[in-house]
Design a protein around this ligand. Structure first.
Ligand code: GLN
Length: 488
């Protein structure tokens, strides 16, 4: 079989089952491609070469012996490098964890391992998942295969690049304020943030624990649905895991009648590209049975401000464990205990992480907690109530994924501008809602744009089914032009 990178995850799996290709051939094909292309793309921080080949040989033996094979057997998968694969590095994109190796599998990785995937590598990210462009990686930036001078979005930028440049068909990311959906939008692929607690966070390095959720990135809704069938279940190691048992995600092209809410107050200062793209998506949704209704979501305008307070507060608490003693880097110049703490952090953390720890500590400090942290919690409750009210009238809410298409590396220097990248994605994290970004069109400079659909908590299956309907009606979405390079 040739050009395996052009096959979907499900096709690779099927060809493996049918004996058209061995797991070793698949592993070697994707391994060679990743080793050859990663220098240009910066998708991987680490390639799990030994593990990959070992898994492939185990699968080939199992197939030869007619042993049962998992639902994703022989599918190469990339894992964001803030999620543990046992015995492989987990750096979280930070120097402070540069030499750290994971002591166990994250629940998600255990699930995928049991499903028979081949772990190809650990993907690049903004340090501790803090960023929207992958430029905050302590190692090197990832690049958008649609235009290598542009960012792929972040923080799961490496995962988005791995999938959009077809270094592998599936990847996982983590989404605290948009980090799966925004890079998916910038890279022309599907990114899914499940309902908070639907997927276990055990083995994910915590950023904002009340917001974090692991989710899949893939080229199609069908592949995302398949991954959700495997990773969406209760987990005894995650106290916030939902008790709803595993669900299946049957997909159908049959037209359905459903209501989609839009709040026009968000769209007054959209760029023409994003506005046109949204209008087009709206018409596509109407063709498959949607009735579009106005909803009032005004409190969501405070989402980014609330997020800045809550995510940094939670990060400052979560990152306190990186003290030079328990994990990772310890300063060699430290003479005293105090210096171990301060110098290890000073040397190990990057600028953005330090800034957020400081801000988070400030909003939690005795004198300011009431004014900032508690106030933000109140507004968060108001945002949740606003969604609850809106979902009494509609099944889904439609937003753009991002306020613009991908930007050039280095183009956004201002922190506030960077934080505003997530204005449309943050509300779903604040309210724990499932939300999906699906490629929907192009900007006038020919870069992909995505639309985002959100549903009430727990309605993951319905959301994915309707997203599938939209995707089928939209028709095939092109692959990144990078793949047209004949040398590939
Ligand atoms: N871009 C947002 C931030 O910088 C969201 C990150 C995320 O979802 N992990 O915090």
């Amino acid at each position: 079989m040739k050009a395996l990178h052009l096959y979907s995850a499900l096709d690779i799996h099927r060809h493996f089952l049918e004996g058209d290709v061995s797991a070793r051939e698949i592993a070697l094909y994707f391994l060679r491609r990743a080793l050859r292309e990663n220098g240009k793309l910066g998708a991987f921080l680490h390639i799990c070469q030994d593990l990959l080949l070992q898994q492939a040989d185990t699968l080939d033996r199992a197939r030869a012996n007619k042993e049962p094979l998992g639902p994703l057997a022989a599918v190469p998968v990339a894992i964001k490098d803030n999620t543990h694969i046992h015995n492989e590095p987990t750096t979280a994109g930070s120097k402070i964890l540069a030499t750290y190796r994971a002591p166990f599998d994250a629940t998600v990785c255990r699930d995928l391992r049991e499903a028979g995937v081949l772990f190809l590598g650990k993907t690049n990210l903004d340090e501790f998942a803090m960023g929207s462009s992958n430029e905050n990686s302590a190692f090197f930036p990832a690049r958008n295969p649609w235009r290598l001078s542009h960012v792929p979005g972040g923080s799961s930028g490496g995962s988005a690049v791995a999938v959009s440049s077809r270094l592998c068909p599936l990847a996982t990311g983590s989404d605290t304020g948009g980090s799966v959906r925004q890079p998916a939008g910038f890279s022309g692929i599907v990114g899914y943030k499940p309902t908070y607690g639907r997927v276990s966070r055990h083995g994910l390095i915590a950023f904002g624990s009340s917001l974090d959720q692991i989710g899949p990135l893939a080229s199609s809704v069908e592949e995302v649905a398949k991954v959700m069938e495997i990773i969406g279940h209760p987990c005894p190691f995650d106290a916030t895991s939902r008790s709803t048992p595993k669900e299946s995600y049957p997909l159908s092209r049959e037209r359905r009648s459903f209501k989609v809410g839009v709040d026009a107050s968000f769209f007054s200062d959209l760029s023409q590209d994003v506005q046109d793209n949204l209008d087009q998506a709206r018409r596509t949704l109407e063709r498959v049975g949607a009735k579009v209704l106005p909803v009032d979501l005004k409190p969501l305008h405070y989402g980014a401000a609330v997020y800045c307070i809550l995510a940094t507060a939670e990060a400052s608490t979560n990152l306190a464990r990186f003290d030079g003693i328990r994990y990772g880097h310890r300063s060699l110049s430290a003479q005293t205990l105090e210096e171990i703490y301060s110098l290890s952090r000073q040397e190990g953390f990057g600028q953005e992480v330090k800034k957020r720890i400081l801000l988070g500590t400030y909003v939690l400090s005795a004198g300011f907690q009431e004014a900032y942290y508690r106030k933000a919690q109140k507004v968060r409750t108001l945002i949740c109530q606003t969604f609850t009210k809106a979902f009494q009238q509609v099944d889904l809410i439609l937003f753009p994924t991002t306020p613009s298409s991908a930007f050039k590396l280095g183009a956004i220097q201002d922190s506030l501008q960077m934080y505003l990248q997530d204005i449309f994605t943050i509300p779903a994290n604040l309210a724990g809602l499932p939300a999906i970004s699906i490629p929907s069109g192009f900007s006038s400079d020919h870069l992909p744009l995505g639309i985002q659909l959100m549903a009430p908590q727990g309605c993951d299956v319905k959301l994915i089914q309707l997203a599938y309907l939209y995707e089928q009606e939209r028709g095939p979405f092109p692959m990144a032009p990078y793949l047209d390079d004949p040398s590939l």
